[in-house]
Design a protein around this ligand. Structure first.
Ligand code: ADP
Ligand code: MG
Length: 342
């Protein structure tokens, strides 16, 4: 692909998935945030989906890790190698970024980590690097009017964290980040299967159940799925048919926690902004927004309309890219003003 001259690049460094958007081209990379490294030879073997496929199956000298967990960078060196490899894949070996890059990082990331991420990307040669808070990026990518005087609320349900923010006049007024999101949904399904069906299942099977029959609000018609695992008593493989109603039970606790957190943020919101939100509604983004009925579940508990953003998994990547267009406009305006004075 070579170099991206004069383009803006937005990066969503998510706990579950990394996405890169290039202005004019849209999303050019969308891969799981996973890296596999040969620790004996210190070389990166794979990143993204091919690394994810190695999870739980690799021999001792190969480390397969998800370097971002629960909204923080748990393994910094691995995260840096992963990001650099993604960029190399996108640009070709000799490509250099000449553009501006904006990166959306999980809200739990510390200032020191933000600077370190900035450094990793700076080494790839872009003109400028910006770090953006994820909820802000998500809101921009969801097409919300973040600069307006009317307050709006965003709930981004990712893999590691759910980030809730009230935004007004281009800034975050109230926010909360809880470690209760897609990964915890999977954990609760694993536990439910062990408790109710004496069946051991892996995280991947749990995620499949969640995506296929996962339910946050009663469905008009019940659906089922065959689930394979290991019997807790006999130790042998076993298949059980699971219904969508069971998923609602399995997911009750994490869903309640998310609703509770939304409630808390609304309580912390100044009354006028809270009134805005009650009319403008709540927008949800992130992969978790795709869980069946999660919009209705939150809407019914909170009593405020909930909308799912278009392409909810792509909002952060799009939003980071779009934030750069704003910066460009500001700079152009400043330049025009300067010209006008000459
Ligand atoms: P992050 O920002 O942390 O990288 P994402 O926004 O990419 O996370 O969301 C990843 C989460 O969304 C995972 O837990 C995944 O299982 C979940 N997810 C993706 N698609 C669906 C779906 N159709 N139904 C329910 N959950 C989903
Ligand atoms: Mg995210």
């Amino acid at each position: 692909m070579g170099s991206f001259f004069g383009t803006n690049i937005g990066v969503d460094l998510g706990t579950a998935n990394t996405l890169i958007s290039v202005d004019g081209k849209g999303i050019v990379l969308n891969e799981p945030s996973v890296i596999a490294k040969d620790t004996d030879r210190d070389v990166v073997l794979a990143v993204g989906q091919s690394a994810k496929d190695m999870l739980g199956k690799a021999p001792a000298h190969i480390r397969v890790v998800k370097p971002l967990e629960e909204g923080v960078i748990s393994d910094f060196d691995m995260a840096a190698d992963m990001l650099a490899t993604f960029f190399k894949q996108m640009m070709g070996q000799r490509g250099k970024i000449k553009a501006r890059v904006a990166i959306g990082v999980p809200s739990g990331v510390t200032e020191v980590e933000k600077r370190a991420v900035e450094e990793v990307v700076t080494n790839l040669g872009p003109k400028e690097v910006y770090i953006l808070e994820e909820p802000m990026a998500a809101a921009i990518g969801a097409g919300m009017d973040v600069d307006g005087t009317t307050g709006c609320m965003i709930v981004d349900i990712g893999g590691g964290t759910t980030d809730i923010a009230v935004i007004s006049l281009g800034g975050i007024v109230a926010s909360e980040s809880i470690k209760m999101a897609g990964d915890k949904f999977d954990d609760h399904i694993v536990r439910y299967m062990a408790k109710e069906h004496n069946l051991y299942i892996g995280e991947r099977t749990a995620e499949e159940l969640k995506m296929n029959i996962g339910t946050a609000y009663p469905r008009e018609e019940s659906i089922t799925m065959e689930c394979r695992g290991r019997d807790r008593v006999t130790g042998l493989p076993k298949t059980v048919e699971i219904t969508s109603e069971e998923m609602m039970n399995a997911l009750k606790e994490p869903l309640d926690a998310i609703v509770e957190a939304v409630h808390i943020v609304l309580e912390q919101t100044p009354p006028e902004l809270a009134a805005d939100i009650s009319t403008s509604g709540i927008t949800i983004t992130g992969g978790g927004a795709l869980l069946y009925g999660i919009d209705k579940r939150i809407q019914e508990s909170i009593g405020i309309e909930v909308k799912i953003a278009e392409d909810p998994k792509e909002c952060v990547a799009k939003g980071t890219g779009e934030s750069l267009e704003e910066i460009e406009k500001l700079e152009n305006n400043a330049m025009n003003k300067r010209k006008a004075y000459i």
